[in-house]
Design a binder for this molecule. Sequence first.
Ligand SMILES: Cc1cc2nc3c(=O)[nH]c(=O)nc-3n(C[C@H](O)[C@H](O)[C@H](O)COP(=O)(O)OP(=O)(O)OC[C@H]3O[C@@H](n4cnc5c(N)ncnc54)[C@H](O)[C@@H]3O)c2cc1C
Length: 318
Amino acid sequence: MTENSDNTHEDNTYEVVVVGGGAAGLSAALVLGRARRRTLVVDAGEPRNAPAAHMHGYLSRDGMPPAEFLAVGREETARYGVELVRDRAVEATRGTGFTVRLESGRTVHARQLVVATGLKDELPPVAGLAERFGRDVLHCPYCHGWEVRDRAFGVLAGTPMSVHQALMVSQWSKDVTLFLHEVAEELLTDDDLRRLAAAGVRTVRGEVTEVLTDDDRLTGVRLADGSVHDREVLFVAPRAVPQTGLLAALGAELTETPFGSYPVIDERGLTTVPGLWAAGNASGFAEQVINAAGRGYRAGAAINGELLFADLDAAVGV
Ligand SMILES: Cc1cc2nc3c(=O)[nH]c(=O)nc-3n(C[C@H](O)[C@H](O)[C@H](O)COP(=O)(O)OP(=O)(O)OC[C@H]3O[C@@H](n4cnc5c(N)ncnc54)[C@H](O)[C@@H]3O)c2cc1C
């Protein structure tokens, strides 16, 4: 990452600015760099999976520490002349192209803008829970299920949709307890109850007030009535907060989903605003690292084509 500097307008003008240097942003930048596009990646350096020691499910990189994965990605993109800065985009406006103001005070300009800012996980406010996130408080069995297979699982219900999570994780352990927490039992349907029984998932009523640990391991949960339930792993469903502020400010249409509000994009990642692209978790809740990288790649390649044909059309006057 280079230091920020007060440069001239020309130095601050790029063909593409990518906001966010996670898997999605770096992947877009890699394609653009290799396509000889003057590209800047602005990254605040807080990737979503930072709490986890290992990244799983990325073919050929399974088990790699997330920080190492991104360090390799930055090194690969830099090889092709992509500039990378540690900074935060705080404002973006649209005129002839895009102008992006960074926290450092620097202002950069681009013909096309990629927003790959990810999402934030808002954890349930239970004592001791946040400290264990990514270790033995988990949200995603595909990310960590194999590593904790056959252990004593708890699932902390946030909404009736937590039934689905409890059923899913039963694929990785036959010892699963669903703590109903703030969900009234009456909200569970007969089908829910039948499926839970078929999967061998127990349900426990009552608010969970504390996650218990011993010797740096999760050992159980305490309920409001004082009862303690021994568990080794607790699955939770954080509230997803997509980082779509820049997209909204630029007028991109967003659509509400049960997992937050995401931009309307075409299959390449183009939003409803010409020249404005979204990739990774800023474009959808379900993007795992490999999907986020794929989304970034696709957007990067599409942007190169857009720029090429825009210039050719201008040259021939169509
Ligand atoms: C604990 C945990 C473990 C996980 N484990 C796995 C796993 O094993 N395998 C897997 O496939 N997936 C895993 N995931 C999901 C994974 O984190 C996401 O799929 C992935 O991070 C999405 O990549 P992204 O590039 O869209 O966003 P991110 O990786 O979150 O990158 C976004 C980047 O944009 C930056 N940014 C945000 N706003 C701005 C701004 N305004 N200006 C500049 N920069 C900005 C952020 O600081 C960040 O660096 C895990 C998630 C969590 C929470």
